[in-house]
Design a protein around this ligand. Structure first.
Ligand code: APR
Length: 181
């Protein structure tokens, strides 16, 4: 498996399928209804089974930039943290702040639950069209800053579903993690 280690192995990037990650929580790039969709949302619901949707129906949706947690059911991961990204427009409509909020809220919920390992897909970079080269530095910096303030989470894994995305993480992860704040 291809892996890129951040400086301390607390933050790594791998190439793979997030539904196959045996971690405490995987993050789902959901929509505001939390009732499933295509992309990683569809993959997670298929792998988790129908009980996931049944629990999601009780959550009454989720706001953009926020997140809610459910069990993982048939997934290897014990929990799923559903976060709602944003549809990219032009970068002048608060897109960057909302994307960062998806990562922060997901990490906050994981920390509150006492979870140690969490895997993220590249939120909003698929159907929602957020340019990968802009989203990736936001994802890495936001996670790096959160872990500097919250030592309870032991590892964050960025799961890249394709070569192009993994290549971007392979280049940016060491670079950004070695930046002094
Ligand atoms: N494992 C890891 N990453 C995956 C997987 C998977 N099994 N499947 C897709 N991805 C990646 C995509 O390649 C992309 O890099 O997840 C990233 C996010 O893409 P989307 O799933 O399209 O999510 P997003 O862009 O946030 O759009 C969300 O799409 O599926 C609907 O209900 C969802 O309305 C919401 C919207």
């Amino acid at each position: 498996m291809n892996t890129v280690n951040g400086t301390s192995k607390k933050i790594v990037a791998i190439q793979g399928d997030i539904t196959q990650q045996a971690v405490d929580a995987i993050v789902n790039a959901a929509n505001k209804s939390l009732l499933g969709g295509s992309g990683v949302d569809g993959a997670i619901h298929r792998a988790a089974g129908p009980e996931l949707l049944a629990q999601c129906r009780l959550l009454n949706g989720c706001e953009t930039g926020d997140a809610k947690i459910t069990k993982g059911y048939n997934l290897l991961a014990k929990w799923v943290i559903h976060t709602v990204g944003l549809i990219w427009r032009d970068g002048n409509h608060g897109e960057k702040k909302l994307l960062a909020s998806c990562y922060v809220r997901s990490l906050e919920i994981a920390a509150e639950k006492g979870l140690k390992t969490i895997a993220f897909p590249a939120i909003s970079t698929g159907v929602y069209g957020f340019p990968v080269e802009l989203a990736t530095p936001i994802a890495i910096r936001t996670v790096k800053e959160f872990l500097q303030k919250n030592s309870s989470i032991q590892q964050v894994i960025f799961v890249c579903f394709n070569d192009q995305l993994f290549e971007i993480y392979r280049q940016l992860l060491p670079q950004i993690l070695s930046e002094s704040n």
